[in-house]
Design a protein around this ligand. Sequence first.
Ligand SMILES: [Zn+2]
Length: 91
Amino acid sequence: MGRRDGFSGGNAVAQGRKEILGMHEADVAKVLSRMGLLERMNAGDLHCSDCGGVLSVDTLGAIFKKDGITGLRCDRCLRMLLGFGECLDAE
Ligand SMILES: [Zn+2]
């Protein structure tokens, strides 16, 4: 039970510049709220930077910052980006 692993409670989230991956929904909501985007998401007004699909807490895959601009990416595009392959749940 040392204190040296530095990993407990670890969220690599919201360091400002890093892409946020695999966040829990509560964290997502928190971050979005902090960014003033939660209301827009709830209103269905947030879209994936890549495919333009509407984002919800469920479909949000990543939040990233580039040149000071916040971008959002959906789960599917994130998977594609990471090389997890094609979306398998296509009708
Ligand atoms: Zn997308």
